[in-house]
Design a protein around this ligand. Structure first.
Ligand code: CRA
Length: 836
């Protein structure tokens, strides 16, 4: 049954290096060895999961081999700087295919498995991804780890190993239903637990002053609770390089897992109580995208992983001979939004209380260590913590925060005497209502660099949310536009396109994305355009099969695939998309012979479980599908699909199959967006507003190759300031009125006029995201899209130019920008100009 590999052999006898060899024979032997000796399975009886695990372990060996070498290289550069990317979320996506591509052994592994009658595709399909993030912010962190390793910059991603990641989404009766995400249930082979590297994290209790041997006034923290943080390491290999970095995620455990005294007196429940409460910390990811919940457990999570990370960094620094006061020369730490900001008082605490530094020196080290990236302007997303809650959990940190604030406010008063309003605005403490700690202000004061994630976003940050900070610390601000990794989102996700790009431009584009410019002349080549369309058509055929399988809806691969996948949020305006669909539907009902471009509308994305309007929008989408899909007058020309459980893995199927990418947020609301980049890089044309990175994408691909509509951020502001009356827009636009009335009538809800009432009323009376204001512009723009679609050559030309001009949006470019503008580090951590 397994002719070529019957039993494991010792590597020296077989002539293959089973641990590290990259040829098919070595790989096949390695997989077989894992089956026998690690899982205790014979290939003949092994399950698909057994084979998957064995394959993953064989790959992991090769990663860790490079990881050890990378660490060794770092040890020989004790003057180098390592990047610590602190993030509450890492949305890594499936690991097998990406690692095979980065190692350059995709074909060898296919051959190795084939010798055992196993299809590599089945192994890749079998993998369950760790959903340890909500959306863009977490996926960005993962792209950045990929680029850091590819650019050979020593880096560690620090985060939380949530036992349950983002919920998995099912659609029942058209509604979202959330199921727990048990990503660990069949074993996660990519990580290595390092219990010997565990650290202790303290919570609660009180502080007390004392005088040390030198007669100095000091403070000690007597905690009320201690929890253990156990690191779990996932190797992060760069693309075709030796550098292998680390993602180190922390799991919370009880210090003492079993209370024998409680057990002895017969209280079984109490005996494991400590374990239960400790482990709660890393149990579950909060499923909110860009809007915090303000729960005590969330603050505990934040402090937990940050305390683990900083201790880990400091320990490494001291072990390699560093002194506390040179910490910033070894580490550049990035705060991925405000979630890890408690790192600022934590580092201060360690330097002051544990290492005896003076305040000024500790503060200097701290500021030089941290950089802060802001990811959103949404006012509800600005994190604050009630002072009483913060103080109860972190009493010593609160004292340090008060002292940072005292010095900050003194500084403001020196620069702006008498401007108490400014002091109030910049203070770390919000005094109105329940006194609370403003994390964005703490991040700003504690960092030497502050950046937004796209040009417009940074401008708005500077002119609105953080304008006081710009006035006082202008040199701290810079922009770093987001990027995405072309390895995962093209090489892995779109092998058809990848092959065509290799053959046309050479194969260096995955690491020099600007090289895709070489495609430009081919846009004029009719034969090339035909091949371009063939690739897209095959991707669409595959997606159509999956859609059929998961939703039962049959869609035509020759129709225009018009796709919006991202978190469901009012500002992203999935409902604007629905208004357009219903507009087309009504036109067809009025004139079934109308010549419309056949379209397949695909939606995907999760709604935060507590966000009722977002959940109602999902229902609106599925109800629209129910209305439209089988209507005889429509004759299959419009199909509406809600693709359940959007994830990195599903995204890898969806982006390559898109013709049109919907990036239709209200201008000024989407900080950057990164889905916009993934689509365009896969040859979709964008219909979008002047928002986030859309603006820069349009600048790069050319205004002629981008479907622009809608109000600008400035226009949105003045429209609102001038008193926006959505009801008036509705009354004056006949087609819009008819469509809104259709939703309000209950026709999409089996006659239940109440179902979408709140949504409709919200649009008519408030419409904070200007859906009605942008409706006509959007529908007109969609008419231009349809006209272009009728000219396949013109469409393909634009599609090719989009891909050719996306070089800027490689996450490699973003990481180079961070290295230059924020971290001052080069490959192998060599300090560059401006390094502290
Ligand atoms: N929700 C922004 O909204 C941006 C990503 C990554 C977001 C996106 O426009 O592309 O960050 N903001 O920068 C966020 O999470 C806390 O704020 C996002 O993913």
């Amino acid at each position: 049954m397994f002719p070529s590999v019957s039993a494991p052999e010792v590597s020296s006898e077989s002539g293959h290096d089973v641990r590290t060899g990259l040829d098919a024979a070595s790989l096949s032997q390695a997989v077989c060895d894992y089956l026998y000796y690690f899982q205790g399975r014979h290939p003949a009886t092994a399950s698909r999961n057994d084979f998957y695990l064995a394959t993953a372990y064989a790959v992991r060996d090769r990663l860790f081999q490079r990881g050890v070498q990378s660490l060794d290289a770092l040890l020989h550069r004790p003057d180098g700087r390592t990047v610590a990317y602190l993030s509450a979320e890492f949305l890594m996506g499936p690991q097998l295919a990406a690692n095979l591509v980065n190692l350059g052994i995709h074909d060898a592994m296919r051959e190795a498995l084939w010798r055992m009658d196993i299809r590599l595709e089945d192994m890749i399909e079998h993998e369950v991804e760790p959903g340890l993030g909500n959306g863009g912010l977490g996926r960005l962190a993962a792209c950045y780890l990929d680029s850091l390793a590819t650019l050979e910059i020593p880096a560690i991603g620090y985060g939380i190993r949530y036992e349950f990641g983002i919920f998995s989404q099912q659609i029942r009766d058209g509604w979202q239903v959330e199921l727990t995400d048990k990503w660990l249930h069949l074993g996660y082979p990519w990580e290595l637990a390092r219990p010997e590297r565990a650290v202790a994290v303290r919570f609660g209790g009180y502080t007390e002053p004392y005088t040390d041997e030198d007669g100095r006034y000091r403070v000690r923290w007597i905690p009320g609770e201690i929890v253990k943080g156990v690191p779990h390491d996932t190797p992060i290999l760069g693309y075709r390089v030796k550098t292998c970095n680390l993602l180190r995620l922390w799991r919370a455990e009880a210090v003492q897992t079993f209370d024998f005294s409680a057990f002895n007196i017969g209280d079984y429940a109490r005996a494991v109580e400590e374990q239960v409460t400790s482990e709660t910390i890393s149990k579950v990811l909060y499923p909110n995208d860009a809007s915090p919940q303000g729960k005590a457990l969330r603050l505990k999570q934040q402090y937990f992983f940050v305390a683990c990370a900083i201790q880990d960094m400091l320990r490494a620094h001291l072990r390699f001979g560093g002194r506390p006061e040179t910490f910033h020369k070894r580490w550049a730490a990035q705060l991925n939004d405000t979630h890890p900001t408690v790192a600022v008082p934590e580092l201060m605490r360690l330097l002051l209380d544990d290492h005896g530094l003076e305040w000024e020196e500790a503060w200097d080290v701290t500021q030089k260590t941290f950089g802060y990236t802001n990811h959103t302007l949404l006012p509800e997303a600005l994190e604050t913590w009630p002072i009483d809650l913060f103080g109860a959990l972190l009493p010593r940190h609160l004292e340090i925060v008060f002292e940072i604030n005292r010095r900050l406010c003194d500084g403001i008063r020196r620069v702006y005497p008498g401007d108490e309003d400014r002091v109030r605005r910049m203070s770390l403490i919000e005094e109105q209502g329940r006194r609370s700690l403003r994390m964005a202000n703490l991040a700003c004061v504690g960092s030497h660099a502050i950046n937004g994630v796209a040009a417009l976003h940074t401008e708005l940050l500077k002119s609105q949310v953080l304008s006081d900070w710009v006035a006082m610390f202008p040199e701290r601000f810079c922009n770093v536009t987001n990027g995405v990794t072309p390895r995962r989102f093209v090489v892995v996700a779109n092998p058809g396109l990848s092959g065509l790009l290799d053959r046309t431009t050479g194969d260096d584009w995955p690491v020099h994305l600007d090289a895709l410019r070489r495609l430009e002349p081919h846009a004029e080549d009719a034969e090339f355009r035909r091949r371009w369309r063939e690739v897209k058509r095959e991707n669409k055929r595959q997606l159509a099969a999956v859609i059929r399988d998961r939703t039962g809806i049959a869609v035509d691969p020759d129709s225009l695939f018009d796709i919006q996948v991202k978190r469901i949020h009012e500002y992203k305006r999935q409902h604007l998309n629905v208004l357009h669909i219903l507009t087309l539907y009504r036109r067809l009902k009025q004139n079934p012979d109308l010549d419309v471009v056949p379209r397949t509308f695909v939606f995907g994305g999760k709604a935060a479980p507590g966000y009722h309007v977002a959940k109602l929008i999902i229902k609106l989408i599925t109800a629209t599908g129910d209305l439209v899909n089988d209507d005889p007058d429509v004759r299959g020309r419009l199909k509406v699909v809600f693709f359940p459980n959007f994830s990195v893995k599903n995204g890898e199927m969806i982006y390559p199959a898109a013709d049109l990418s919907e990036q239709i947020s209200t201008a000024g609301q989407e900080a950057s967006g990164t889905g916009n980049m993934k689509f365009s890089l896969n040859g979709a044309l964008t219909i979008g507003t002047l928002d986030g990175a859309n603006i820069e994408i349009r600048d790069e691909v050319g205004a002629d190759n981008f479907f622009l509509f809608g109000l600008t951020a400035d226009e949105v502001r003045s429209a609102k300031a001038g008193g926006y009356h959505p009801r008036g827009v509705y009354e004056q636009n006949e087609e819009l009125r008819a469509v809104v009335d259709l939703i309000a009538s209950g026709a999409l809800a089996g006659g239940d006029a109440a179902l979408f009432r709140s949504l409709v009323d919200g649009l008519l009376w408030h419409d904070p995201f200007m859906v009605l204001a942008d409706y006509q512009s959007y529908v007109d723009c969609q008419t231009r899209v349809a006209a272009l679609w009728r000219d396949p050559d013109a469409w393909s030309r634009m599609s090719i130019l989009n891909v050719a001009r996306m070089g800027k949006f490689s996450s490699d470019r973003s990481i180079r920008d961070y290295c230059e503008r924020v971290w001052h580090v080069g490959p192998l951590g060599v300090p560059t100009e401006g390094a502290p």
